[in-house]
Design a binder for this molecule. Structure first.
Ligand code: URA
Length: 194
């Protein structure tokens, strides 16, 4: 049977597949434009996201919005989701067993959106979606062809908050993202390229 947003959202909201469901306040399903050509994938909700049910609404989210604005993007032009949809306690990394339980929801979101470009935010998403051996310090900004999509990873905005020294590299990665969007996307309007 063909999948659809309504049943996917309902199943995800009711999910009890892993222990994170016992401590969550909200399932953080995803936000943005379901017709976007660009999908951004983070790692998992933090405290603010758990409280509001929306991805990237804390400090890291504000920085993400600024990063998008640099290249003329905003939340109406992309879709934003996470590897896991419920908050790992104390902001720890989501465990493999939790990622395994949850990844099907993201895969279904990917199948419905069919993005041309997928941007992993941080190493957890890159290791899950691009390559288990992905090294964020070495491989950020590199482009990969995966399942008919162009994929790359940026440093996670939280990492950029912790270490502003990584920002110049991320600026270059954003320029590369802007060029790639200009090359492969047909409907996404951007700022003028550098
Ligand atoms: N960090 C993430 O990876 N995802 C969010 O939604 C918020 C912070």
């Amino acid at each position: 049977m063909q999948d659809n947003w309504e049943s996917l959202t309902r199943e995800c909201m009711d999910c009890r597949e892993c222990a994170l469901s016992q401590t969550r306040r909200h399932v953080v399903f995803g936000v943005g434009n379901p017709q976007a050509e660009i999908l951004l994938v983070g790692e998992g909700p933090g405290a603010n996201e758990d409280q509001q049910g929306i991805p990237f609404v804390g400090k890291a989210g504000m920085l993400l919005d600024d990063m998008l604005a640099i290249i003329g993007l905003d939340r109406t032009k992309v879709y934003i989701a996470n590897i896991v949809k419920c908050r790992p306690p104390n902001n720890r990394d989501p465990m493999n067993v939790e990622q395994d339980a949850c990844i099907g929801y993201l895969r279904r979101q990917m199948a419905l959106i069919r993005p041309k470009i997928l941007v992993c935010l941080g190493r957890i998403a890159a290791m899950r979606l691009i390559d288990p051996k992905f090294r964020i310090t070495k491989d950020h900004g590199v482009w990969f062809d995966v399942d008919g999509m162009r994929m790359t990873a940026l440093y996670h905005p939280s990492a950029l908050l912790r270490d502003p020294g990584k920002r110049p590299e991320t600026f270059d990665d954003l320029k590369s993202l802007q060029r790639e969007i200009g090359r492969v996307c047909e409907r996404t309007e951007l700022n003028r390229p550098w």
